[in-house]
Ligand binder design. Structure first.
Ligand SMILES: *[C@@H]1O[C@H](CO)[C@@H](O)[C@H](O)[C@H]1NC(C)=O
Ligand SMILES: *[C@@H]1O[C@H](CO)[C@@H](O)[C@H](O)[C@H]1NC(C)=O
Length: 182
């Protein structure tokens, strides 16, 4: 009996594995939407520019963001066919203090935004608190080389919900289009 179960398990597993063989992909920025409540940040000068959809402009953090007051959680959605109907993915980032969260996730963007070239915010080692200031963004293209090798194709939307002292402080939503690399 247990051997049968093991057999089925291996079969299922190898089948799943066949379907999930990692293939190279590219991700392009589609849109960037942000709502700040209470003026914690200002991203009104961020643009997605040109045919290559480069992120350009500047962002302002209007107060120091520390782990005592600020936290966020994030959800991801996917729309494989581009129908506009997004399905929630099972990867959710639970409520996390802001510096801790940025230290976990910003390194995924360190290849996309090199400090001193594309941005003057230290994306690879963000300090705590995240210091207030205005930071430039220059010709940022998403570089997926250190992203998970298994990634659903199609439109992917990440939504981060920010809180200050437990109160809603704003939402940032980034949509990307993930396609097989040609
Ligand atoms: C982005 O901004 C820089 C100046 O900061 C400019 O040189 C560049 O052409 C802009 N890129 C696009 C795609 O508009
Ligand atoms: C993406 O980042 C990797 C690792 O830093 C680098 O080797 C590669 O050249 C980058 N790709 C592009 C298109 O810049």
């Amino acid at each position: 009996m247990s051997q049968l179960i093991l057999c089925i398990f291996i079969l299922l597993f190898s089948k799943a594995y066949m379907l999930l063989i990692p293939e190279a992909y590219d991700a392009r920025l589609v849109s960037f939407i942000s709502l700040s409540e209470g003026g914690v940040w200002d991203v009104s000068k961020v643009r997605i520019a040109g045919r290559e959809r480069k992120l350009n402009g500047s962002i302002s953090i209007l107060e120091d963001l520390d782990d005592e007051q600020f936290s966020f959680y994030a959800e991801a959605y996917t729309d494989r066919e581009g129908s506009g109907r997004y399905k929630k993915l099972p990867y959710t980032m639970p409520m996390t203090p802001i510096c801790k969260g940025f230290n976990m996730y910003l390194p995924y963007f360190a290849d996309s935004a090199k400090f001193g070239v594309n941005i003057d915010f230290p994306v690879d080692h963000p300090p705590c608190p995240l210091p207030k200031g205005t930071y430039y963004l220059k010709d940022i293209l998403l570089n997926t080389s250190k992203w998970p090798s298994l990634m659903p194709r199609g439109y992917m939307k990440g939504v981060a919900y920010f809180f200050k002292n437990g109160e809603n402080a704003g939402v940032v939503q980034v949509t990307t289009h993930v396609v097989d690399r040609d």
